[in-house]
Design a protein around this ligand. Structure first.
Ligand code: DX5
Ligand code: ZN
Length: 227
């Protein structure tokens, strides 16, 4: 399965509903919402209310990426706000297993995100519990950064691990994903392309998403899915 998830981190924060509407027009598969707490990463972005308000405005699933310390304190609120997909970082907690259960018990998709320097192997004993993994291909905290080439191997390694165990886990890639590298990344094993600046910093975000969707649909048609 190959999906496109525009990240509203690169949109105009005073016009977020419009940014979501553009994603709908482009027939994006979901909206990626980056939550930053000013601790785990330096910036502060969105809270539960934004997720709840967007949830009312769109039928697209909200893929909420918590870049926060102490995710256990925030997960219940974001579940209540309507996060359809909810991920937190492996680096911030010793209790990933328990938190993943909290998300799954609420009937939502549970994901773990890993930073560029965090080895894929650390996911080995929790992989079976996950619906998806976010492989960070830039250091978390900012949109518009350059894709870190060494992370390509991580996508490949993770993809192989998932295939070997026949698991229905999707790989989301976050950071520096754009039209130019979309095919290469899908070939490496990416299922969900998280695209911020490559969508919202373009002249015509709708046209850009449509082009990305065309690439994804080629892959959906010609390559057998992992699920
Ligand atoms: C970065 C965020 C990303 C961000 C990606 O910390 O997690 O979701 O929106 O931005 P681009 O696509 O511009 O690299
Ligand atoms: Zn993100």
């Amino acid at each position: 399965m190959y999906l496109i998830a525009p990240s509203i981190l690169s949109a105009d924060f005073s016009r977020l509903a419009e940014a979501v509407a553009l994603a709908e027009q482009g027939q994006a598969d979901m909206i990626h919402v980056d939550v930053m707490d000013g601790h785990f990463v330096p910036s502060i972005t969105f809270g539960e209310k934004l997720v709840s308000d967007l949830h009312e405005k769109t039928s697209l699933p909200l893929n909420v990426h918590l870049m926060v310390d102490n995710p256990e304190k925030l997960i219940p609120g974001f579940l209540e706000a309507g996060a359809d997909w909810l991920s937190f970082h492996l680096e911030v907690t010793a209790h990933a297993h328990r938190l993943v259960q909290v998300i799954k018990e609420a009937g939502r998709k549970a994901g773990l995100a890993i930073n560029p320097a965090t080895p894929v192997d650390l996911l080995s004993d929790i992989l079976e519990e996950l619906d998806y993994v976010i492989v960070m291909t830039v250091n978390p905290g900012w949109g518009g950064q350059k894709f870190i080439p060494a992370t390509r191997n991580k996508i490949k390694t993770l993809s192989r691990l998932i295939a070997e165990r026949h698991l229905p886990i999707l790989i989301a890639v976050d950071g520096g994903v754009k039209l130019d590298n979309l095919s290469t990344l899908f070939e490496l094993g990416m299922n969900i392309a998280i695209c911020g600046s490559s969508v919202y910093d373009t002249q015509d975000p709708v046209a850009t998403i449509r082009k990305m969707k065309m690439v994804a649909s080629e892959f959906n048609q010609r390559i057998p899915t992992k699920t």
